[in-house]
Design a protein around this ligand. Structure first.
Ligand code: SF4
Length: 435
């Protein structure tokens, strides 16, 4: 049998075949389908339309419903969307529904999924959100799909997919303290462009990757879609297994896979992390790459630390390390991705102070766990850019209007760079703060 990449192996298993190769069209059995408040109602509509108003989802334990986007708003349409999820989850007796306003509420779906044990190596996870690729950090095939496909999966547990070819990005070396996974992925996207990985798997490899904790690996895979990637993926190791085994919902057995030696890649690029500098994406595209040192001093109005990309405990630990004992010069918004992260902000300490205490003492505003301003949202959304200001953000997209106002400028950077910039009121290099 020909050597296969991890992505090919996961898809082969899900298709009940010994092997697949890039370009093969296959029916795959889906292990988890996730939907949220933005796309859930549409997905449910498609499901009902095609399978009948009394139809049942294919597996009530494999459909995971996570309201997270437009949650804390007075907007009637947004509230109605959550009501649709509530009614459907009740009607279908959905086992994993993380409803807002209850103790089950979690926050951003891509972080809630692993925290609640829905990500497992070797599985296929589909979601009605482009950043579903985040879960590739657990060695699984995870990708975003549209409402029509999701409605079909809801009814059948299957989807017709084309196996993608794989690009391999190898990172060697010990990560310097001023770099984070966000810098690595912005470097990759800057290198290949926002369409450089269109319908391709992006496999991240090398000792530089396996030295990262699981949250940093999630940041890397999260932004695969910003290069057009079908999925991002990292081989599971002990770090992965420790995390997954402690949380695995339903203790489902899983079959981890790794790429075969000799597997073929359509592209390969090797990075030496010791030689990388902090990277930033200028407005208005994630591939508009610059080194932070090149744009240092650019005036800013706002800093934003949050989202599935930059709202995890690792991100806040990094930002708090820089903000500790100092005061921000511009409006700075801190939004934990999930309620678990929010609890961590109260218990995680630096020098006897909790991360939350550090952020509040620095003058930052703290929001509730959710997507908040990452996707703009209704005008009463916490942190939304309602005027044409300049913002540096740990989020993943900076297209015009993404965080609210169409003429606002968004710079994407690591939590270290965002925190350093919040202190100066202009783009700042974290190396100047860490020395
Ligand atoms: S935090 Fe942002 S990128 Fe992540 S799921 Fe929410 S809106 Fe999408």
């Amino acid at each position: 049998m020909a050597a296969m990449t991890m992505t090919e192996k996961v898809l082969a298993r899900a298709a009940g075949r010994d092997a697949v190769k890039p370009g093969d069209n296959i029916w795959v059995n889906v292990d988890v389908l996730m939907t949220h408040d933005v796309c859930g109602p549409g997905t449910i509509g498609v499901f009902k339309q095609h399978f009948g108003k009394d139809a049942k989802v294919w597996d009530r334990e494999k459909v995971v419903i996570i309201p997270d986007h437009y949650i804390f708003t007075k907007d009637a349409m947004a509230n109605r969307n959550v009501d649709v999820l509530r009614a459907f989850s009740k009607e279908q007796d959905i086992k994993y529904f993380y409803d807002v306003g209850t103790k089950n509420y979690k926050g951003v779906c891509h972080i809630a999924l692993p925290e609640e044990g829905h990500t497992r190596p070797g599985e296929v996870l589909l979601g009605t959100d482009s950043h579903t690729c985040t879960a590739g950090a657990f060695g699984e095939f995870a990708t975003g799909i549209g409402n029509t496909d999701a409605g079909f999966v809801m009814g059948t547990g299957k989807l017709w997919l084309k196996a993608p070819p794989t690009m391999r990005f190898v990172f060697h070396g010990k990560m310097p303290p001023y770099l984070m996974a966000k810098d690595l992925i912005l470097a990759v996207i800057g290198e290949i462009g926002v369409d450089g990985a269109t319908y391709r798997a992006m496999e991240f490899d090398g000792d530089g990757i396996f030295a990262l904790n699981i949250e940093e690996r999630m940041t890397l895979c999260n932004m695969a879609i910003e290069a057009g990637g079908k999925n991002g993926i990292i081989a599971p190791d002990q770090v992965t297994f420790d995390y997954v085994n402690a949380r695995n919902a339903g203790q489902r057995p899983y079959t981890p896979v790794k790429s075969d030696a000799g597997a073929s890649y359509i592209y390969e690029k090797v990075f030496d992390v010791t030689k990388l500098e902090p990277v930033i994406a200028k407005p208005h595209s994630p591939d508009n790459r610059a080194f932070v040192s090149e744009v240092k001093g650019t005036k800013l109005d706002r800093a934003y630390i949050g989202s599935c990309t930059g709202g995890k405990l690792t991100d806040f630990r990094a930002a708090a390390g820089i903000l500790n004992g100092k005061t921000v010069r511009i409006d700075t918004f801190v939004v934990p991705a999930t309620t678990e992260v929010a609890r961590g902000l109260k218990t995680e300490m630096i020098g006897g102070k909790s991360l939350e205490e550090i952020f509040l003492a620095a003058g930052a505003k703290m929001g509730d766990a959710s997507c908040a301003a990452c996707l703009g949202g209704p005008s009463d959304t916490f942190g939304r850019l309602n005027t044409p200001i300049s913002c540096i953000s740990t989020t993943n997209r900076n297209f015009p209007g993404r965080m609210g106002h169409k003429e606002a400028k968004v710079f994407l950077a690591s939590p270290l760079t965002v925190a350093a910039s919040a202190l100066k009121g202009e783009i700042a290099d974290p190396r100047d703060c860490l020395i």
